[in-house]
Design a protein around this ligand. Structure first.
Ligand SMILES: C[S@@+](CC[C@H](N)C(=O)[O-])C[C@H]1O[C@@H](n2cnc3c(N)ncnc32)[C@H](O)[C@@H]1O
Length: 218
């Protein structure tokens, strides 16, 4: 599941992962966390409307996304002009508190994320097969030595019933990837099968969607 796969998904408009609404777990749980306004890092951001919602709550957004189609669409759909420049191996699309870096997450360096106050991962970790999840988690931890809180939304299902993406990520898996550094709490867990008819149609009989909150206790 390399870059070519994702470029093709965007070119063919095979973007079933994109949601036409702000994720309900985000709008429900984010305010309760009482996080001060700051920069939110959105890995593998696509053109997610969640970024616009986070901006409306006073945060600035740093996203990274492989597909230039996704990044350009985001600004178009938000009716925002955009300035672009190339630097440090990325194309930077910027305006109004949004900074979307078009390029490969794995090429980011810690200096790019120095100001990040919170990470919001919806459909980034679960977009990757298990071996790549390990690389993703290791790189994320490398990028964030100041250990800001991380929100991760996962799907969990019986792996034999469907081939990802999205890939199933269990609580145990989250713990293996991040538990040596972060305390992990589950803010929300819902039976999502009926909410995801596309995934049900691919053969799932059970699907849980969860929001995990990872934070370092001082
Ligand atoms: C499942 S989609 C989720 C998009 C977004 N988070 C959302 O909720 O709609 C995964 C996205 O990650 C992007 N992607 C995959 N691998 C990437 C990488 N190594 N670096 C940056 N973006 C990547 C894909 O182009 C795709 O838009």
């Amino acid at each position: 599941m390399g870059p070519q796969f994702w470029h093709e998904q965007w070119q063919l408009n095979h973007i079933g992962f994109h949601q036409a609404k702000v994720h309900p777990m985000l709008s429900e749980h984010w305010p309760v966390l009482g996080l001060a306004a700051g920069q939110v890092f959105v890995p593998l951001c696509g053109k997610s409307l969640d970024m616009a919602w986070l901006r409306s709550q006073g945060h600035t957004i740093l996203g990274v996304e492989l597909s230039p189609l996704a990044v350009a669409d985001f600004f178009k759909e938000q009716a925002l002009d955009v300035s672009t420049r190339s630097a440090e191996g990325f194309d930077w699309y910027e305006n109004d508190g949004f900074q979307l870096l078009c390029g490969d997450f794995f090429h980011l360096e810690p200096r790019h994320l120095e100001k990040v106050a919170v990470v919001y991962d919806r459909a980034a970790l679960i977009a990757m097969p298990p071996q790549l999840q390990i690389r993703y988690a290791e790189h994320l931890l490398h990028l964030l030595p100041h250990r800001p809180p991380i929100l991760i939304i996962t799907f969990e299902y019986v792996e034999e019933e469907m081939e990802g993406p999205p890939f199933s990520v269990s609580d145990q898996r989250i713990n293996e990837l991040f538990g040596h550094v972060y305390s992990i709490g589950t803010l929300s867990a819902v039976d999502a099968l009926e909410l995801q008819p596309g995934l049900k149609g691919r053969g799932l009989n059970w699907l849980a969607e969860k929001m995990h909150y990872l934070h370092v206790i001082d």
